[in-house]
Design a protein around this ligand. Structure first.
Ligand SMILES: [Zn+2]
Length: 505
C-alpha cells in the first residue's frame, strides 16, 4: 500500500479483522466451485498480494475462523434439515432419523430424492452422492457459519482487550437458506446464525443487503421481530430468483411490522443510483433506527454482465468501484468520521457521537476475477472507519503481479479511474421513464419506512416502556421465524393493535 502519510490526518482507531484461513479458502473453493468456479482462490491471492494477508497494516488482522457446532446451526435450522445435511443416505441405525424412517427404510431412491427436493437439497444445492464429498459439505456448512459467528463474537467482545470495529467473512453471506430449506447455492444461513448471537447480546442490528437477489432467508428469520431492521436492495420481477419474495408489500408482521424494507431496483441499475439509495437508507432509516451493529451483505452479481445473471437479461450495470463506494459509505456511517466527500454529508449531522460495529459478508458473484476485485476493494472500503482514505488513496492502482495476474486483463487495473469518475461526476439521468419511476418509487419507500420508524421509535408510550419485568427480557433462542424477545411477546398483543392502526399499505 502506498503513501501511508495520507492516513495521519486522523487518529488511528479500532481494528479490522478478516476471518480467513487456507483451510476455509480450500473448503469453500472445493464445495462451491460448481458455481463460484475459482473465485475463492483468486480473492485469497489478491488479498495476499495487496497486503491484506501478507504484511498487513497494524490495524488489520487476519484471524483463522472457528468452526461452528451443530448446536450453533440449530439456533436457526431445523433438526430434520440438518440430519439430511449431516448424515449419509443410509445408516445401520435408522432411529437416527425418526422423521425420515419411512423413506430411509426403503431402497426407493426416488423417495429419497423427493425428500431432498422438499428440503431444497437438489438442483442448485445438490447433496453429493459420494460420502467423502458429503462429509466435506457438512464441514463447509459448519465452517462458514463458524466464521460469521466468530465475526459476531469479535465485534461484541473485541480481540485480546482491543476493540474490533469491523469483521469480514467473504465466505459467508448465504442469504437464501431458510430454516428448513436450502436454495440459491446457500445450504445454511450464516447471516441469521451470527445475527441471532448479536441480538442475544441485546444489540440492535441493521441488516443491509446489496446482492442483486432478494435476501429471502434472512427476511423469513426476522420478519416478526423489531430487533433486526432488514433492508434489501434487489431485482424484483417475475421469474427472477427467488421470485416468491422481495415485494415492497412485505413489511414485517406483529412487532416486526415496519422493520422489513424491500427496495427493488430496476434492470440496468447504475452505480450512482445504488450509491444514492444506500446513502438514503443510512441517513433516513439508519439514523432513526440507530443500530449498534450493521451487518452488510455484498453480492458481486449486480456487476455488469455477471456470468450467471446476464442470461436473465434482468441484471444491473454496477462496477466493483460502485459497490466498494457503497461499502465505504456504510463504513463511514458506522465510524464517527464524517464522510467529507459525500455531497449529502448534512444527512449525517444528527448521528450520535459513538461508533457502530460492522460485519461485512460476501454474497453472489459468478465472474471470478470481477468478484475477487470487488471483494478486495470492499475490504479496503470497510477499513474507512478506521483508516480514512484506504480505498481511494492507499490501494495500488494496478493489479500486482501474482499467480492469477493474467485473469485481470486487458486493463490489469485494480481501481479503474474511468469507472470511479463515472459515478462521482453524477451520471446523467436515465431517459428510460420506467427506470426513473422505479428509482423514485424505491426512494419513496425509504421515506415511508423512515416516517413509520420515526413515529414508532421516537415516541414510546409509557406502558411500552414499563410493561415488562427485568427477568423477562432475556432473548429466547427459537427456530424458524418464531424468534422474538420475551419483551416483544409480552407487548405483542398491544403492539399488534397499534400496528393495525398504523397499517398504511
Ligand atoms: Zn445473488
Amino acid at each position: 500500500m502506498n503513501n501511508p502519510k495520507a492516513s495521519r490526518k486522523r487518529p488511528r482507531r479500532g481494528n479490522v479483522v478478516l476471518l480467513h484461513s487456507s483451510e476455509l479458502r480450500d473448503l469453500t473453493y472445493s464445495t462451491m466451485k460448481y458455481i463460484h468456479k475459482d473465485r475463492d482462490l483468486l480473492l485469497s491471492s489478491l488479498l495476499y498480494c495487496c497486503g491484506f494477508i501478507r504484511e498487513t497494516p497494524s490495524f488489520f488482522h487476519v484471524i483463522s475462523p472457528k468452526v461452528a457446532t451443530r448446536a450453533h446451526l440449530e439456533t436457526f435450522h431445523t433438526s430434520d434439515f440438518l440430519d439430511l445435511l449431516e448424515y449419509p443416505k443410509k445408516n445401520e441405525d435408522n432411529m437416527l432419523y425418526p422423521s425420515f424412517r419411512q423413506s430411509r427404510d426403503t431402497e426407493d431412491d426416488a423417495a429419497y430424492v423427493n425428500l431432498l427436493d422438499a428440503y431444497g437439497l437438489t438442483d442448485d444445492c445438490p447433496i453429493p452422492s459420494d460420502p467423502m464429498k458429503k462429509a466435506s459439505l457438512w464441514k463447509y456448512c459448519l465452517s462458514i457459519a463458524g466464521a460469521s459467528l466468530h465475526a459476531a463474537h469479535l465485534v461484541l467482545q473485541g480481540m485480546q482487550d482491543n476493540p474490533v470495529d469491523v469483521a469480514i467473512n467473504w465466505s459467508g453471506g448465504r442469504h437464501h437458506a431458510h430454516s428448513d430449506k436450502a436454495g440459491g447455492f446457500c445450504f445454511v444461513n450464516d447471516i441469521v446464525i451470527a445475527t441471532k448471537k448479536l441480538i442475544k447480546a441485546k444489540k440492535k442490528v441493521l441488516y443491509l443487503d446489496i446482492d442483486i437477489h432478494h435476501s429471502d432467508g434472512v427476511q423469513s428469520a426476522f420478519y416478526d421481530t423489531d430487533q433486526v431492521l432488514t433492508v434489501s436492495l434487489h431485482r424484483y420481477v417475475a421469474g427472477f430468483f427467488p421470485s416468491k419474495s422481495g415485494s415492497t408489500k412485505e413489511k414485517g408482521k406483529d412487532v416486526g411490522l415496519g422493520y422489513n424494507c424491500n427496495l427493488p431496483m430496476p434492470r440496468g441499475c447504475r452505480d450512482c443510483d445504488l450509491i444514492d439509495m444506500v446513502s438514503l437508507v443510512l441517513s433516513k432509516i439508519g439514523e432513526i433506527y440507530d443500530p449498534d451493529i450493521v451487518v452488510l451483505v455484498v453480492g458481486a452479481d449486480g456487476l455488469k454482465s455477471d456470468d450467471l445473471v446476464k442470461d436473465t437479461n434482468e441484471g444491473w450495470n454496477l462496477t466493483p468501484e460502485g459497490l466498494a463506494e457503497c461499502v465505504r459509505r456504510v463504513a463511514c456511517f458506522c465510524g464517527d468520521n464524517q464522510d467529507e466527500s459525500d455531497e449529502n454529508k448534512d444527512k449525517f449531522q444528527n448521528r450520535k457521537n459513538r461508533r457502530r460495529k460492522l460485519i461485512l459478508l460476501g454474497g453472489g458473484g459468478y465472474n471470478p476475477a470481477n468478484t475477487a476485485r470487488t471483494f478486495l476493494l470492499c475490504t479496503a472500503a470497510a477499513c474507512e472507519s478506521t483508516r480514512p482514505g484506504m480505498l481511494w488513496k492507499l490501494l495500488p492502482k494496478d493489479i500486482p503481479h501474482h499467480k492469477y495476474f493474467e485473469r485481470y486483463g486487458p486493463s490489469f487495473e485494480l481501481i479503474s479511474n474511468t469507472m470511479k469518475r463515472m459515478y462521482s461526476e453524477n451520471e446523467t439521468k436515465s431517459n428510460d421513464i420506467n427506470y426513473a419511476k422505479a428509482v423514485k418509487s424505491a426512494k419513496e419507500d425509504v421515506i415511508l419506512t423512515s416516517s413509520f420508524l420515526s413515529s414508532k421509535i421516537e415516541k414510546p408510550s409509557t406502558d411500552q416502556m414499563f410493561s415488562y419485568s427485568e427477568d423477562s427480557i432475556d432473548f429466547e433462542v427459537g427456530k424458524g421465524s418464531n424468534v422474538m424477545s420475551a419483551k416483544n411477546r409480552l407487548n405483542g398483543s398491544r403492539a399488534s393493535t397499534m400496528n393495525r392502526r398504523r397499517r398504511r399499505k
